[in-house]
Design a protein around this ligand. Structure first.
Ligand code: FAD
Ligand code: SF4
Length: 514
């Protein structure tokens, strides 16, 4: 077969509904490739690599079944040069290709790579939108042009209005007159709760695991029994969404921030992987959940659906805009000049801190932790300890199945580590044991004493919390929302403060042993 046009599809561009597929042209070759450049730029969780390869292979197979011309190179294909530019140059030559087209990557690194490749190729090159997001790359920048504060809430309201999501018939007023129910999304689980189980998509992944091992790819985490359990096709992604609507939307908002030793997934949707590889679009997700809510609005409170819609059309779109607004400088931000290393237990879960052991071991087992575990346990601890944001980023970018830089770095470096100095977060997300105890059952079963700030078995979060305020006082003084906390610290007896700081110093010096 002679091909004239080559179209590249990256591993997170699995959008079956893209307008590229409106026509079938036998002279257009769709190219998909597993490459070491993508498996090795950070140490990924084994399930993340498996998930990407499985979803890509499934997508290629479905395209072929629909009659498109597809070239799919597995990692061990003999012609695979293991990077996008090398492979594309080789294929352009091999097939005498007359034009090259690609979908705009969501990651700065690949965006740059493809721009350079376009300059190097001596044929016409065209880049297309992925047709996935509700807003443009420049959406945040344009919306807040000339404004000092880039507050997510206002961006979210604009998206809701533009797409008529949970709006009154006038198209301007939010349903019930209220935009946001965040205040009612903060419940702890009751003592006895029976969270409906998440639908399973288990499949044997031994073949891909063996392939990864044969290339000596450095991975992290575990894949128990080599069984992979995330949706990998569009049909499965839609099933996962339906399962969430049917069984967990009802309490999504209520228990969004709750954590428990016995409930790893809670009422969360677990659709971030399917969304981030674009098997489903954010608009169809929220429209489907809103339709479900309308049908069941006598039993599902509006706060549940509003909380879910806010995460997807608010936070997710906003983070993407903040990424393109701040890259590439964002990769260098370190507002507090934190320099500590990430403690060893982030890699093996071997810690006496029960909250950390739970969040980390769950992440190692499942490549998943929900938002509050990421923000208020592992992220909180790294910030209190003063870990360098590069190390924190590398961990988050590697460990989660949904981690792609545009949504990882904005959540990690900006929201969780405050390394951008407060563009995304209005105050640093730090807490002592009080918050963790309020929102979880972790402290009940911990080696450490959540009530103690210093002394035998004092909870590390407590002394490190005050140490954080003390050591960063000058960088924090302009943030009105923390005045009360600073006041409390400043009013403490100096002997008490000394003991706390000494305890924190001991813990910082021995962070690997905690
Ligand atoms: P649910 O709780 O069911 O939420 C529904 C959907 O809303 C998610 O699937 C996701 O698409 C979206 N969403 C929710 N919160 C956010 C947010 N803050 N930013 C963007 N989208 C959001 N999310 C990623 O997709 N990739 C990441 O690499 C990532 N890294 C994170 C790192 C840190 C330190 C923190 C605090 C959060 C991070 N998040 C990341 C956001 C969030 O934790 C995950 O999207 C969520 O846990 C995925 O699980 P879920 O599908 O069950 O989400
Ligand atoms: Fe975590 Fe401290 Fe509670 Fe233990 S006591 S679970 S270390 S917050």
């Amino acid at each position: 077969m002679a091909y004239r046009k080559l179209r590249l599809i990256l591993g997170d561009q699995l959008n079956h509904q893209h307008s590229w597929f409106d026509d079938k042209d036998p002279e257009t070759l769709y190219v998909m490739m597993e490459m070491l450049s993508e498996t090795n730029y950070v140490a990924h969780h084994i399930q993340k690599v498996v998930g990407f390869f499985l979803a890509m292979r499934q997508f290629a197979q479905e395209l072929e079944e629909k009659g498109y011309e597809v070239l799919y190179w597995q990692l061990d294909h003999k012609e695979n040069k293991q990077s996008v530019p090398d492979n594309i140059k080789y294929l352009v030559d091999k097939f005498n290709i007359e034009s090259f087209e690609y979908l705009l990557p969501d990651e700065y690194r690949l965006d740059q790579q493809l721009k350079t490749l376009a300059d190097d190729l001596n044929i016409p090159v065209t880049a297309y939108d992925t047709e996935h997001f509700l807003t443009k790359r420049e959406g945040v920048e344009e919306f807040f042009a000339g404004k000092k504060r880039l507050i997510m809430e206002y961006f979210y309201r604009r998206v809701r209005t533009d797409y008529d999501l949970l709006m009154e018939s006038d198209g301007k007023t939010p349903l019930t007159g209220q935009w946001n129910y965040d205040h009612s999304n903060r419940k702890k689980y009751p003592k006895k709760i029976d969270v409906p189980k998440t639908k399973k998509f288990e499949r044997d992944a031994s073949e891909i695991v063996e392939l990864i091992e044969s290339f000596d790819i450095k991975t992290i985490g575990r894949i128990p029994d080599k069984v992979f359990d995330y949706p990998i096709s569009r049909a499965e992604a839609l099933e996962a969404l339906e399962d969430f609507n049917d069984s967990r939307l009802i309490h999504f908002g209520d228990y969004q921030d709750a954590m428990s030793e016995t409930e790893r997934l809670g009422y969360h949707s677990r659709i971030s992987f399917a969304l981030n590889v674009k098997l489903i679009t954010p608009l169809e997700v929220v429209q489907s959940s809103i339709a479900h809510w309308h049908k069941h609005s006598d039993e599902i409170d509006i706060s549940q659906i509003e909380g879910f819609v806010r995460q997807i059309v608010g936070w997710r779109e906003y983070m993407r805009g903040m990424y393109w607004l701040q890259m590439p400088e964002l990769e260098e931000k370190n507002y507090f000049d934190h320099q500590a290393k990430l403690p060893d237990h982030y890699w093996d879960g071997n810690t006496k801190m029960n909250c950390m052991a739970n969040a980390i071991n769950q992440s190692l087992d499942m490549a998943y932790a929900h938002h509050i575990q990421r923000l208020m346990v592992t992220g909180n601890f790294a910030l209190l300890l003063g870990v360098h944001p590069d190390a924190v980023d590398a961990w988050y970018l590697g460990i989660y199945i949904d981690a792609i830089q545009w949504v990882e770095i904005t959540n990690t470096r900006c929201m969780s580590q405050f390394a951008d100095g407060g563009k995304v977060a209005t105050k640093p997300y730090v807490s002592s044991a009080n918050y963790i105890h309020k929102m979880s059952d972790y402290c009940n079963n911990c080696h450490y004493d959540r009530k103690k700030k210093y002394g035998d078995k004092a909870c590390p979060f407590n002394s490190l919390f005050w140490d954080f305020y003390d050591r960063n006082a000058s960088q924090l003084k302009h943030i009105g929302r923390i005045n009360m906390m600073m006041g409390t610290w400043n009013k403490m007896e100096s002997s008490e403060r000394e003991k706390i700081l000494q305890q924190a110093a001991e813990y910082k010096a021995n962070a690997d042993e905690l």
